[in-house]
Design a protein around this ligand. Structure first.
Ligand code: NDP
Length: 296
């Protein structure tokens, strides 16, 4: 029987643990706060930001929101970040990506104070992750790690294949999988658009993390029987639904679910975990900044 990995349920557990820590921190005089910054007219980005605000509310994290006109000069965003960096009530700063073309993403990510970089994208935090001394693990791969742990998926000695090498998913995911730790110790292959014979790599994988951004890209016929399949992809495809589209992952769920030993659905797999881990990082950030131990 294939096990369906329930991201909603594991994310709910993470949120409960976060809510407990928020109330403990609040008793100690620390009210964790997250600032979201939106510089885009993109409807999906607006939705993501409002979901993050709602998530904060649910666990008792104070949320602050700044909207900057998409056509404004980059300096306006820099000034906003500088202001948020200096505020005592803001412990985490999240600049929603993507940014307009005239704004350099790398410059923006470097501007965020590393101790408030709850996305984990600042070079200092990337370096710490690679060195096995993570301050904030990026939310999506951290969420995947939590799912694997929650479902007792053995990573030690496993052959893992990560499909995708982006800075926000593929690379940090691979880094977590190779860490010398009980939730790492996997032999990890990172695949990308120039990989030759992806199918041969998939065929040998005990764990597959699919993050290619291509709808239903990984077919069940390419998977090893019993593999754990983590589908990070979120793709909108046209469909005869009320909204005119449906969400599918990077794995062809129908063909994969009978071959896999365990699999995440889309939606309801990795997505809720990404959201929960942002709350986790915000509480961790508040504890670190105010020198109060956080038990997460
Ligand atoms: P990117 O587009 O930044 O990266 C995609 C990666 O896939 C690239 O490294 C690319 O290779 C690789 N790729 C493309 N084509 C192929 C191919 N034919 N064979 C093998 N590899 C290929 O995407 P992201 O990492 O940002 O996101 C990946 C997916 O995850 C998307 O569907 C996104 O929506 C989703 N996502 C979901 C989240 C969640 O919470 N569930 C959070 C973040 C993202 P190359 O580098 O050579 O171009």
């Amino acid at each position: 029987m294939t096990e369906i990995i329930d991201g909603e349920s594991v994310a709910a557990d993470v949120r409960d643990a976060v809510a407990d820590e928020v109330s403990r921190l609040s008793d100690a005089g620390v009210g964790p706060g997250l600032a979201t910054v939106l510089m885009s007219d993109d409807a999906a980005s607006e939705t993501y930001v409002s979901m993050k605000q709602r998530d904060c509310e649910e666990v008792g994290i104070e949320s602050f929101h700044v909207e900057i006109d998409a056509g404004a000069p980059a300096s306006e965003l820099y000034e906003t970040i500088d202001d948020l960096n200096g505020r005592d009530d803001v412990h985490g700063i999240l600049v929603q990506l993507p940014l307009p073309d005239h704004v350099d993403k790398r410059t923006v990510l470097r501007r965020i104070a590393p101790e408030k970089d709850v996305d984990g994208f600042h070079p200092e935090n990337v370096g710490r992750l690679v060195a096995g001394d993570a301050r904030f693990k990026p939310c999506t791969p951290h969420g995947v790690q939590k799912l694997l742990d929650a479902y007792d998926v053995e990573t030690e000695g496993a052959d893992a294949v990560v499909v995708g090498r982006s800075d926000i998913v593929g690379k940090p995911m691979a880094n977590l999988l190779i860490q010398k730790s009980p939730t790492g110790n996997a032999t990890t292959t990172v695949c990308h658009s120039r990989t030759e014979d992806l199918e041969a790599k998939l065929a040998g994988a005990d764990i597959v993390v699919a993050a290619a951004g291509i709808p239903e890209f990984v077919d069940g016929s390419t998977l090893k029987s019993g593999a754990t399949v983590i589908d990070v992809g979120i793709n909108r495809v046209d469909a005869d639904t009320e909204k005119g589209y449906e969400l599918v992952g990077d794995v062809d769920y129908e063909s994969a679910k009978d071959v896999a030993g365990a699999i995440t659905p889309v939606p309801g797999g990795v997505g809720p975990m990404t959201r929960a881990m942002l709350l986790y990082n915000t509480v961790k950030a508040a504890g670190l900044q105010r020198d109060v131990a956080v038990d997460l």
